[in-house]
Design a protein around this ligand. Structure first.
Ligand SMILES: [Fe+2]
Length: 342
């Protein structure tokens, strides 16, 4: 059913087949209800509310959110087509942004400010999406059983020395798939298969989420694991005695695998200048507020990360364009399936 973008977002969405996410409409808006507003479809649920409020205070532009899963929001954008009230699609994992771009749900936005603020490897070569926060996929280790000099690369976790000691994330997680996609990009399909088969030969515990991996390693149930860095920072903030160390893999090779939270301006946006201004603001003035609440790295290298990340130390990042991860996703999933990695 066609909807008018000029109607308020909630009313417009109420006219569509309602997904569970819309119970009670699900829309949250920054302060006030006067003045111009942009509509953001967001699958990034980490708290950046302060950043959005500040954006409204500084620019007078309100930000209205519809939260949902990546797939739900892409489906909605597709169904709504040119009449979608959305101006911005905001999400985690570059593969989700690449997929939205492939489905022609995003439009190219040229912006000198974004080009300068966001490194080339963390934005779409065709300018349809931009990374706004960066996360590293790190090796974590039990400080009671392992010293960092025993660690080197993701591939080296296939060494039989780690048999029975590995904690890994499920194959359905985009984090696992994107890491394996990066191994395909660098080592080819055969190279990636060898790594995954090697991990599987070590009988890994495959756990539902990164926090569970950290807690299992802390309790000595695994000696090493692979998680996003910010989950460790979160757990450390709760428990300063957490006995889990962070190691940045592949420093002598391709660099540590990184991914992004990011956003693009939708194809249907009816306020492209304000939507672009929102992205520019998040990558510059609002960068700290956007990334700090979730202990993510600023994509903007002129902005300092929070203290907890400074303490984790400097590291060399994989400079593969994160958009490439989507290209290798299907191969990655096939490799995981074939290896019996569930
Ligand atoms: Fe996460």
């Amino acid at each position: 059913m066609p909807v008018s973008a000029s109607r308020p977002l909630c009313a417009a969405l109420a006219g569509l087949a309602v997904l569970p996410v819309l119970a009670g409409c699900g829309i949250t808006a920054s302060s006030g209800d006067e003045g111009p507003a942009i509509q953001v479809y967001s699958a990034r649920t980490y708290g950046a509310e302060k950043a959005y409020e500040r954006f409204t205070q500084e620019t007078g532009v309100r930000v209205e959110f519809l939260n949902g899963s990546d797939a739900e929001l892409r489906e909605r954008l597709e169904a709504e087509g040119a009449d979608s009230p959305a101006d911005v699609y905001l999400t985690v994992d570059a593969a989700n942004l690449s997929l939205a771009a492939e489905q022609d749900l995003l439009q190219p936005v040229r912006s000198t400010e974004l080009e300068q603020a966001v490194p080339a490897s963390l934005r779409d070569p065709q300018d349809r999406w931009y990374g706004l926060a960066e996360r590293a996929r790190v090796i974590i280790y039990d400080e009671d059983q392992v010293t960092p000099d025993q660690l080197s690369t993701y591939a080296a976790l296939s060494d039989p020395a780690w048999k029975g000691g590995l904690c890994m994330r499920t194959s359905t997680s985009p984090y696992t798939q994107s890491l394996v996609a990066s191994l395909v990009a660098h080592g080819g399909e055969a190279g990636a298969r060898e790594v995954i088969d090697g991990w599987m030969a070590n009988d890994p515990q495959i756990l539902a989420n990164d926090t569970e991996i950290i807690r299992t390693v802390d309790a000595g149930g695994c000696t090493v694991g692979i998680t996003n860095h910010y989950y460790v920072a979160r757990e450390e903030a709760k428990d300063p005695d957490l006995g889990v160390g962070v190691f940045f893999p592949d420093q002598a090779g391709n660099g540590t695998h990184v991914n992004i939270s990011g956003a693009g301006v939708t194809r249907s946006a009816d306020d492209v200048p304000r939507a672009t201004q929102f992205l520019e603001w998040l990558a510059t003035t609002g960068q700290s507020q956007f990334v700090d609440g979730n202990f993510e790295y600023p994509v903007n290298r002129s902005v300092e990360p929070v203290e907890a990340l400074v303490e984790m130390g400097e590291f060399r990042r994989d400079e593969l364009n994160v958009g490439e991860l989507r290209r290798h996703n299907a191969t990655a999933v096939q490799i995981l399936t074939d290896a019996g990695y569930r």
